[in-house]
Design a protein around this ligand. Structure first.
Ligand SMILES: [Zn+2]
Length: 217
């Protein structure tokens, strides 16, 4: 589960939505935070199996560091590479780059996943192999805008062995987004913006995170 570990982000979202106050009055443990995060899952966890995905937004690209903090793997967006991507004249400093940790590319987009006729979810998709394939199709004139047709996905293998086979559905066989799905999509966008997940934290904040300090929301 990669992106859900983008540090602090989803929790600060919860605070901003007052969800924490609606569901429980007081946070007494980290487990509680974990539970709320699961209740309000922003990132899509794709299971093994077959389903259809509709990409809803043009994919974004970020550079992120993989780092172990207190035995947990965290992913932290690299300020240096993000400022390089943005063509900024002065590159932002990054404590993890200074340590020799090399950031890797990650693609992000918002997607609708249809598991079967009545189960679907909307969230941020961060599986590089799926999005890379989506981008290939998008820029192939025979297929065109990937937001206009479904992708048939077959996921096999557990965890790190997970592989995704991705094939485009013909436009005429792709299902239009129905009213119920649109409601969930609108609700997702009313709380989240993909752009919020592409902004790096400052040098000082990253330093605190890697030192294991609790970051104020
Ligand atoms: Zn960096």
């Amino acid at each position: 589960m990669f992106g859900s570990e983008i540090v602090g982000r989803s929790i600060s979202k919860l605070w901003s939505q007052n969800l924490v106050f609606k569901n429980i009055m007081e946070i007494k443990s980290k487990e509680q935070i974990k539970k709320i995060k699961q209740m309000n899952k922003i990132f899509l966890d794709l299971d093994e199996g077959e389903y259809k995905i509709r990409i809803l937004q043009n994919p974004h690209i970020i550079y992120e560091h993989k780092v172990d903090i207190d035995g947990k793997t965290k992913f932290i967006i690299c300020p240096t590479e993000m400022s390089r991507l943005a063509n900024e004249e002065e590159l932002a400093p990054c404590p993890l780059c200074e340590q020799g940790n090399k950031p890797a590319i990650r693609y992000l987009t918002v997607a609708l996943v249809r598991y079967d006729s009545d189960k679907f979810e909307v969230g941020i998709l961060n599986k590089n192999s799926i999005i890379k394939k989506a981008l290939d199709l998008n820029f192939d004139p025979d297929f065109g805008d990937v937001k206009e047709y479904d992708l048939k996905v077959k996921a096999t293998g557990q965890k790190l062995q997970r592989r995704y086979e991705v094939n485009p559905m013909p436009k005429e066989k792709s299902l239009a987004i129905n009213e119920e799905e649109q409601k969930v999509i609108d609700s997702f966008y009313s709380k989240n913006a993909l752009e919020d997940f592409t902004k790096p934290k400052s040098y000082e904040v990253i330093q605190k995170i890697i030192n294991g300090e609790d970051i104020p929301f």
